[in-house]
Design a protein around this ligand. Structure first.
Ligand SMILES: NC(=O)c1ccc[n+]([C@@H]2O[C@H](COP(=O)([O-])OP(=O)(O)OC[C@H]3O[C@@H](n4cnc5c(N)ncnc54)[C@H](O)[C@@H]3O)[C@@H](O)[C@H]2O)c1
Ligand SMILES: O=c1ccn([C@@H]2O[C@H](COP(=O)(O)OP(=O)(O)O[C@H]3O[C@H](CO)[C@H](O)[C@H](O)[C@H]3O)[C@@H](O)[C@H]2O)c(=O)[nH]1
Length: 330
């Protein structure tokens, strides 16, 4: 039995590969087109197939050749404001291609599917923390492209008899504590990544997008989950599905919100560096507050976070950023 990890050369997928290896699973195949990922992020001994998830012939051949029984589908385009500027590109990358992948995978016999969804499916929730069964009302094309995929997977599972775990990630941050992987995308837009780059002098300044939100300090609130904890959620989801467990949809977060200004303060304190912060207008597509009701994944899968500590998350991100710049200089 082997697992196919699409997007496994990217940030979160590469951490899932490490979590599986650390738990003794060595039957792992990564499918990635390297549009935003890196071949060096795939550990030695793990097979990397370079290609598109919508290439059904390639997907079918890979599944049959490696006797794949489970699929973890990370590959996607992921930037909220980009999705507002290029909605059709996002629906193609995240919805149309997911359809092609799921069709090829289930026809080739895959019976277990883990899907990377997002807190963006909730939109601007009326209830915070947000439980999984709240009505879904995404406010940007990114969230809609992912919600359509959730629905497609649930409908196809009911019709074709496979099981799935949909994981709705909140804001993912930090890096492998052992320093083996981290967020490496050039021109990244994620807050903690950008703030660590500003602290290390690799960006001139940090722009804060909006200080007039209905939140305590006027900046947006997010629930930051450490990437290895999230990877571990995938590992337990895989065990659940392989053990015959039922289909589930679960939030992945810690249940606590930090504002943009609070995050900046932590990055300055942990790095010991000051940097320029510019207060700017709101960015398109941002909800004011999004925090997970985080109990269901613990009760359903027995998941236990081990890195719920924003100081440590920021320290890991700083260490990785420093390592990355050394690598890029070589
Ligand atoms: N980063 C976050 O905070 C966050 C939050 C919620 C959900 N997610 C979801 O998690 C998943 C992984 O995100 P990430 O942060 O690791 O992003 P990432 O960009 O680092 O990784 C995505 C990977 O998918 C690959 N890819 C993209 N399109 C492909 C295609 N058509 N065929 C094959 N490979 C392709 C890229 O090369 C890259 O390696 C995405 O589905 C994203 O929507 C991320
Ligand atoms: O330079 C920056 C970058 C971000 N922000 C703010 O920081 C907050 C977090 O922004 P990120 O770009 O880090 O993350 P998002 O909340 O936009 O989105 C992330 O988390 C979502 C789930 O909550 C999605 O899944 C998505 O894939 C992932 O990028 C937002 O209020 C944003 O406006 C800034 O002020 N300045």
């Amino acid at each position: 039995m082997a697992v196919l990890v699409t997007g496994g050369a990217g940030y979160i997928g590469s951490h899932m590969v490490l979590a599986l290896l650390d738990a003794g699973h060595d039957e792992i195949v990564v499918l990635d087109d390297l549009s935003a990922g890196f071949d060096w992020a795939v550990p030695e001994g793990v097979k990397l197939v370079v290609g598109d998830v919508a290439d059904q012939a390639l997907v079918t051949q890979t599944i049959l050749q490696h006797r794949i029984d489970a699929l973890a589908h990370f590959a996607a385009r992921i930037v909220v404001p980009d999705s507002v500027a290029d909605p059709l590109g996002y629906y193609l990358a995240n919805t149309v291609k997911t359809r092609a992948l799921i069709e090829a995978a289930t026809r080739a016999g895959v019976r277990n599917v883990i899907f990377s969804s997002t807190a963006a499916v909730y939109g601007e929730p009326e209830v915070v923390p947000v439980p999984e069964d709240l009505p879904l009302n995404p406010i940007n094309p990114y969230g809609r492209s992912k919600l359509m995929s959730e629905w497609m997977i649930a409908d196809a599972a009911a019709a074709h008899g496979f099981s799935y775990v949909v994981l709705r990630y909140f804001n993912v941050a930090g890096a492998d504590p052992a320093g083996r992987s981290g967020q490496s995308t050039p021109n990244a837009t994620h807050l903690i990544k950008v703030a660590t780059q500003a602290a290390l002098g690799r960006r001139e300044r940090l722009d804060v997008y909006g200080t007039d939100y209905p939140t305590p300090d006027g900046s947006c609130l997010r629930d930051y989950i450490q990437v290895s904890d999230l990877a571990e959620a995938h590992r337990v989801a895989l065990d659940h599905l392989r053990g015959g467990g039922e289909s589930l949809t679960l939030n992945c977060g810690y249940g606590r919100g930090y504002s943009v200004l609070e995050v900046i303060e932590v990055v300055k304190r942990i790095s010991g560096r000051d940097f320029e912060v510019r207060l700017c207008p709101r960015r398109a597509g941002d909800p004011a507050r999004i925090v997970a009701e985080a109990g269901r994944i613990r009760s359903q899968l027995g998941w236990q976070p081990r890195h719920d500590d924003l100081d440590a998350i920021v320290a890991q991100a700083l260490t990785w950023e420093d390592k990355l710049s050394t690598r890029n200089r070589v």
